[in-house]
Ligand binder design. Structure first.
Ligand code: NAD
Length: 280
């Protein structure tokens, strides 16, 4: 097998204090990567960094910044340069959905003429802004800030975090689905734009995990069991279970290492067969 060529590389993981991305950061640390846990929530970011240093013995730092605020990212970059030097890997992990951009019902049946609140017509444009900003612009802006390091080094990798929704939208979550489709499109665009620079750009499209952003849709608050929607996901996933964050890390290592040296502009599903299944 090729050398992964990851030891002592510097990786910035946005949303790194979250459930999925803290696991991704740990998988990088296990390969000797110096990890930067960049998050709005600085206490949680520092806690993850400390955990990583203790568990893997590789340097890690928590940094406070918003993926939507270029100035805060530039300030974070200075801090990172002072401690670890230039960045080699950027994982654009910050993302999520919002109830304000989620319809209450899945399909209209034409009888809702008096009460449109639960349908498409009740969605809040502010919710769309929030979800588009976080998932799409929150991928574009950190790429603008950190990829200059990669371009200067003529090597490095950007890994975007997409979703199953990007291929075919899930009911209810119009903005999140469209924003993740935009992430796929941008992954291809930037991969082509950087293709002669030595910098690769790819994405991973996880299937369904039970996390903070979707718990309100998938777990019944009263019973603690799966909602009808939660069960539908299981029925739509041939492996008949939810993904756990650790199951994403093999694909992460593949995409950020020299194992995928000639791979750029791809979005790899890690979904227990969801995208392959017709439901019949
Ligand atoms: P999470 O909510 O556990 O973590 C998200 C992290 O991002 C949090 O620590 C939060 O503080 C941080 N964050 C939020 N806004 C930020 C901002 N403006 N700047 C910097 N940091 C910010 O999320 P998760 O469920 O671990 O999801 C991580 C990624 O995976 C997201 O892009 C999500 O869309 C994607 N994803 C999740 C699922 C799933 O089933 N949970 C499936 C597919 C893809």
């Amino acid at each position: 097998m090729n050398d992964l060529n990851l030891k002592d590389k510097v990786a910035v993981i946005t949303g790194g204090a979250g459930i999925i991305c803290s696991t991704m950061a740990k998988s990088l640390a296990a390969q000797g990567v110096k990890t930067v846990i960049l998050d709005l929530n600085i206490e949680a970011a520092v806690a993850v960094a400390k955990e990583i240093e203790k568990e893997f013995g590789t340097p890690s730092m928590g940094v406070s910044a918003s993926v939507l605020d270029k100035k805060s990212l530039e300030a974070a970059k200075k801090e990172i340069h002072a401690k670890f030097g230039p960045v080699d890997i950027l994982v654009n992990g910050a993302g999520g959905n919002s109830p304000a951009a989620t319809t209450k019902i899945e399909k209209m049946d034409g009888t809702e003429t008096e009460n449109l609140e639960d349908t498409f017509f009740g969605l809040q444009i502010e919710g769309f802004d929030k979800v588009f900003d976080l998932n799409f612009k929150g991928t574009v802006i950190p790429s603008m800030v950190f990829a200059t390091d990669l371009i200067k080094k003529k090597s490095g990798v950007i890994l975007n975090i997409s979703s199953m929704n990007s291929y075919r939208p899930l009911t209810k979550i119009a903005a999140y689905s469209a924003a993740k489709a935009a992430v796929n499109n941008f992954t291809q665009w930037l991969a082509v734009h950087f293709s002669k620079t030595g910098v690769r750009v790819n994405a991973i499209a996880p299937g369904f995990l039970l996390t903070n952003q979707n718990r309100f849709l998938l777990i019944d608050e009263k019973t603690g069991g799966l909602t009808a929607r939660g069960k539908k996901i299981i029925n739509g996933t041939p492996m008949e279970r939810y993904c756990i964050p650790e199951e994403l890390t093999g694909t992460v290592i593949y995409l950020v290492s020299d194992l995928s040296k000639f791979v750029t502009g791809v979005v790899i599903p890690v979904d227990g067969g969801f995208s392959a299944y017709s439901g019949v």
